[in-house]
Design a protein. Sequence first.
Length: 389
Amino acid sequence: MDLTSGFEELFEDAPCGFLVTDADGAIRRANRTFLTMTGHRAEDLVGRARVQDLLPVGDRIFYETHFAPLLALQSSAREIAVDFRRAAGDRLPVLLNAVMKGDPGGPREIWICVFAATDRRSYEQELLLARQRAEHSEKEARELAGILQASFIPPGLPHVDGLDLAGVYRPAGLGDEVGGDFYDMYETRDGWALVIGDVSGKGAEAAVVTSLARYTLRAAPAREPTPSAILASLHHAVVRERTDRFVTVAYAQVSLAPGGGCLLTLSLGGHPQPVHLTGGGASRVGRPGSLLGMLRRLNLSDVTVEVRPGESVVFFTDGVIEARRDSDLFGEDRLERVLLETRDESASDIAGRLLREVSAYQSGVLSDDVAIVVLKVPNEATAVEGAGS
């Protein structure tokens, strides 16, 4: 076999299809592999058809507006995905590699390698379907997280005569994971209980512990006399759960005073100290205590605080003061400045302003969940106004 016949055989029976066309796409040669792949006859193609005539409408437009100009500009095109119409009328997914041969000022021709891409196209379609399924599952997970998280946050705090109450919550990031922040307020035999807490971590296990914490705290006042004893009861319940999660809680018994104002008897289980806003400034209240669910020996205590008309107590989770901007924290000083600026406003306005400041500090995307509860005793003027409105 001479060299010429060897190259001819290689051209005709190569493992991929070969086309040789004029610069405008008119087919001059088609090898046997291409004819076998597509079912066309050489006499129907050579000198009678252009490459673009074998493409469906969308791919033909792509060929004329992208493929051909790319060849003219760069003299090559790699891994272009199109479909060829077979003689039987169905489609064959292929990848085209092409080079432009000849001098720019003289006759030019295009050499095209045609690789069947049926398996690759099926693989790409399966990847697309898998991605769509994953996106759907992620959407369902976010919706489920929202529903579950909503069960930890009451739709509204109860109306209590003589008090102005507000609570806000914002999840971290996109809100697609169940967080551990919660708050609650409910009536007890001694008045009212106000609770705010945070379970470490996120996800299903954190949700289990959060549910345990909420229901334990609601049940405990029936048998425990003080906030510290109630938090101790929660501590033992979390320990029995045998989880690696811990809980921080601020628990306050709220007793309304006959002449206006109220008394808070407060116990802190590893939770940030609330801020008491008065006419004289801002101060931290409560005595720091042990994390719940971790240490064998507990250090919990009760502190009573008088809240007079015009004063507020602001409870919050650590997502407020530990909010990060690069390496800087939102911190206690910034917290105090915001609260002092808003201390004459309503409970709802105080909570909303603080949440907006924390969110803006992190460019709108929180690094941790944030829960805020504000208890305010309206002054006499505000109370009269509210009664008449």
